[in-house]
Design a binder for this molecule. Structure first.
Ligand code: GLA
Length: 739
């Protein structure tokens, strides 16, 4: 059993394989955090961890009970206004305008397994085999409001999932904020690892020590954003990929979020994860309930690789669509960077045919196949064939692709509308706009009000027809702008703050209906690249386009940053043309592929324009990836600690579960003059096994490869600088156990 409840002492001890999460009922009836970290034995009480001392100049519970001072107490779901001045987990406005609540413990429920949430993505344990769910009930008698704090323990993955539910049995009230999880840590000696950036520069790692006051990452764009990812880590300053303590936090949500860490006057750290309180509010009538999205918490004392790996296992077992978890993802070719919107069926067919000859498995037709879309001014919402480009309809083209033995994928941007479209002529009111205010376009396009059921119905009908007509295998679901002038035309004034959340619930409804109706279609989510790379999307679409930046060197940072919180098979990675479209950099086709192998591999260039030699190279790359695809897509991924201070060298490795195979990569950005001997230190191998590396005659023990390292020859070929440039060089080491 993983959840231990001591009713007498009011103690709840949640245990995973290696961690303990303990909280208790406090003297004021609310819940207090006791401990989260490496596993502790179960005891009746932890007096040592819950003792209190009176401090001057601080509010007390009563005149008599002066050592109970909320300001110093670690809590599970704190409010503001009763003597704790840190950021609260929630805030409710009652009928009389007061924001004071007094919740008191009112019992608990414990069940095996984990039910999915009804109207939003969530963790699950359909077979009830390795999780337990605890719901702790609290009641505010005055408001007649129930609060459920929900905890699921995923024992094997060392993950705890939290959320909160408000159930109103009284007068209508207003939820000003409702975070999904709070964690009060007893000290603040942590580095905050965030994954920040911009369009084409997503999820770069930034690591800073916590400082006094509040530090946060957030989005108010109505999508999780390119700028900040909802995933973050708190790690001890000395923790690195291989060792040390760290907490990981992620959020199963795709809309506005806020992750906050507040270091208070006593140097404790309060962590909050949830829907961004800015641009949020929810009117809760009598008999209504509000369920927050779920926050994912994990802890390890084994370093950041272990943290990423246990999260990856959790996603595989309890978040991603089981149909796709063990399914090898196809090698695709996407026409976007090859043709942009300038194509016809005749222009595309040679690319399709050549792709087949080179061993590629799926052709994905990107933006521009529908309405009369020749540039980004028109046609979003008109999900029917542009007959000028495909005279046999998109179904006819799909047939030709399928007949050649390739799978077929299509691009959609379901949530968008162009003014120049049939959809806008028919339903101008479906476009999100604030009455009397000017609209703010982005990429000449506008957003559909996904909170309206009729909009979702329209999209289900149109997209389903295309899926059926084309016998579609794959959808790239794009979303190319943030939302402005947020306003729900069908919502009353006192519900307008619900709009952003209702919008994303509408997106989830559309995803839910399409994925249920077409369970075999693989969805890849995309938002101008990585603008909605989050667990909410991953629940429906098991892979996401990592970034519009396909430059190999830029991708090293993007994919490495992403790997802290997500598994490599959750992102698409393509070889594109040079000079690169985003940075105009020249890199060899070899380096481009070696970076893209670590992901769902594909191509995004006009292969018919390449030299015969390059096409031959692609054929080999495709064959190589097919041979090692299970290792790249399902192996255990490691970031290597490379002995380099200038971020000039990066090392990645994937290791098979049985440790009999591994592939290591060493990426060198610039070639240095007269360097010392270079050694590559493998990780994750079996020290006792004997391995061969690439085609070496010599064999090595796992211990030797990990502890003594593997000699890497210096790159110094002056004769062919164009073909094999020494800068931007990638080494790949294929390691196999020898019997
Ligand atoms: C976004 C996507 C690209 C491509 C274009 C098409 O930018 O990220 O991959 O699909 O839209 O307009």
């Amino acid at each position: 059993m993983s959840i231990h409840v001591n009713e007498k002492t009011g103690l709840f001890h949640l245990q995973t394989a290696h961690t303990s999460y303990i909280f208790r009922v406090l003297e004021n009836g609310e819940l207090g955090q006791v401990y989260y970290g490496a596993q502790l034995p179960v005891k009746d009480q932890y007096a040592n961890l819950t003792s209190m001392e009176e401090h001057d100049c601080t509010n007390t519970l009563t005149d008599e009970q002066t050592d109970f001072q909320l300001e110093l107490i670690k809590q599970e779901y704190a409010s503001l206004g009763k003597g704790d001045y840190r950021a609260p987990a929630y805030q409710i406005t009652g009928q009389n305008g007061s924001r004071i609540t007094e919740f008191a413990y009112a019992g608990y429920e414990l069940v095996d397994g984990k039910q999915r949430l009804a109207d939003q993505p969530s963790s699950f344990d359909d077979d009830h085999h390795d999780s337990q769910t605890l719901t702790v009930k609290l009641v505010d008698q005055l408001l007649k409001l129930e609060l459920h704090l929900n905890y699921t323990v995923f024992e094997g993955e060392d993950v705890i999932v939290r959320s909160a539910t408000f159930l109103n049995h009284g007068e209508p009230l207003f939820i000003n904020r409702a975070m999904s999880a709070e964690l009060d840590l007893p000290d603040a000696d942590y580095d905050f690892l965030q994954f920040a950036g911009s369009w084409a520069r997503e999820r770069h790692l930034h690591r800073n020590h916590l400082r006094p006051g509040s530090q946060s990452i957030e989005s108010v764009r109505a999508h999780s954003s390119h700028q900040e990812n909802p995933f973050f880590i708190l790690a001890r300053p000395h923790a690195d990929n291989n060792q040390g303590e760290a907490f990981g936090f992620n959020f199963i949500y795709s809309g506005n979020f806020k992750d906050e860490v507040e270091v208070d006057q006593f140097d404790t750290a309060r962590v909050l994860v949830g829907i961004n309180p800015l641009e949020f509010g929810w009117r809760l009538g009598n008999g209504q309930s509000f369920q927050t999205p779920e926050a994912v918490l994990t802890y390890t004392d084994q370093g950041l690789n272990a943290l990423s790996q246990q999260l990856g296992d959790f996603y595989d077992h309890h978040l991603l669509n089981p149909h796709f978890v063990n399914q090898e993802r196809p090698i695709l070719i996407n026409n976007w960077e090859a043709t942009f919107m300038d194509f016809t069926e005749d222009k595309l067919m040679p690319i399709v045919k050549r792709a087949k000859e080179l061993g590629i498995e799926m052709f994905v037709l990107d933006d521009g196949w529908f309405g009369h879309r020749d540039d980004d001014h028109s046609s979003l919402g008109d999900w029917f064939t542009d007959e000028k480009k495909f005279n046999q309809g998109i179904g006819g083209f799909a047939n030709r692709v399928h007949e050649l033995g390739l799978k077929f994928g299509l691009w959609f941007e379901p949530e968008m509308i162009s003014i120049d479209s049939k959809l806008y002529q028919a339903h101008p009111d479906w476009l999100i706009a604030t009455p009397g205010r000017k609209q703010t376009p982005a990429r000449h396009q506008f957003v559909l009000d996904m909170s309206r059921p009729e909009v979702v119905d329209y999209l289900v009908e149109k997209i389903s027809a295309v899926i059926s007509e084309t016998k579609l295998d794959y959808i790239k679901w794009d979303m190319n702008r943030s939302i402005t002038e947020m306003y729900g035309a069908t919502l009353p004034a006192d519900r307008q703050l619900e709009f952003a959340h209702r919008y994303i619930l509408g997106v989830y409804r559309l995803y839910d209906r399409l994925t249920k109706a077409f369970p075999k279609v693989l969805f890849e989510s995309c938002a101008s690249g990585g603008g909605r790379f989050d667990l909410g999307m991953m629940y429906y679409a098991p892979q996401a386009w990592a970034s519009d930046d396909t430059d190999a060197i830029e991708r090293i940072k993007i994919q490495e940053g992403t790997s802290y919180g997500y598994r490599p098979n959750m992102w698409g990675a393509h070889v594109s043309a040079v000079p690169n479209d985003q940075v105009a950099r020249l890199t060899s086709i070899d380096t481009r592929a070696k970076v893209a192998y670590f992901g769902d591999f594909g191509y995004e260039l006009d292969i018919t324009k390449l030299s015969a030699e390059e096409q031959e190279t692609i054929k080999h790359q495709v064959a190589f990836y097919k041979q090692y695809r299970p290792l790249f897509q399902f192996g255990t991924f490691y970031r290597l600690e490379t002995p380099d201070t200038n971020e000039n060298v990066h090392g990645w490795e994937v290791v098979a579960k049985d440790k009999r195979q591994a592939i290591g990569a060493r990426f060198q950005i610039l070639n240095g003059a007269n360097p010392a001997y270079i050694r590559y230190y493998f990780t994750g191998l079996d020290p006792q096994l004997t391995y061969r590396v690439n085609d070496d005659q010599e064999t090595y023990s796992g211990a030797e490869l990990m502890k003594a390292g593997y000699f890497v020859p210096r790159v110094m070929d002056r004769t062919q600088p164009e073909k094999a440039p020494a800068d931007f060089y990638a080494h790949l080491f294929v390691v196999k156990a020898v019997d």
